[in-house]
Design a protein. Structure first.
Length: 152
């Protein structure tokens, strides 16, 4: 697969995640095995704004992290031959820099740094109005691509 965009139906097919837990609405560009740029349009009607911090509507940090993971995983899952194989998070290091309010667009930029023997490492940053609001480093494993131990 060459670089392409993905609509919501294609995203759900790759991720096997559906709303309301799907944290991205559209993929502007994915380069399989390299990078992914996704968008989440936030409105005050999103379910999490209705039940998180009554005095100030903010996107929960864990959902920002989930949006970053979903975007990074698309850079892996779109690799030719990956076909329905799952990856699992083993390490997360994130920084929540600024508040993410409703009625804005969350731009999510993921770069896959390496994918070797079933271990993936990537970095992701999110922006609102071109200002970075969150970033993170992630390690994932894909057990189907890991070498099996040899018997002695």
């Amino acid at each position: 697969m060459e670089d392409c965009s993905l609509n919501i139906d294609e995203i759900m097919e790759y991720l096997e995640i559906i709303p309301p837990f799907l944290m991205i609405d559209h993929v502007e560009r994915v380069i399989p095995g390299k990078s992914c740029y996704a968008i989440k349009k936030l409105t005050k009607d999103d379910w999490f704004f209705k039940c998180h911090l009554e005095r100030e509507m903010l996107m929960p940090g864990v959902l920002q992290i989930e949006a970053m993971l979903q975007t990074l995983v698309l850079a892996i899952y779109t690799i030719k031959g990956h076909n329905d194989k799952l990856s699992f998070v083993t390490d997360i290091s994130t920084k929540l820099i600024s508040k993410v309010p409703p009625d804005c667009q969350l731009d999510i930029y993921a770069d896959l740094l390496s994918y070797k023997r079933g271990v993936s490492k990537g970095v992701v940053k999110t922006k609102v109005n071109n200002v970075e609001v969150c970033n993170g480093e992630f390690t994932l494993i894909s057990p189907h691509d890991m070498p099996t131990p040899k018997a002695n």
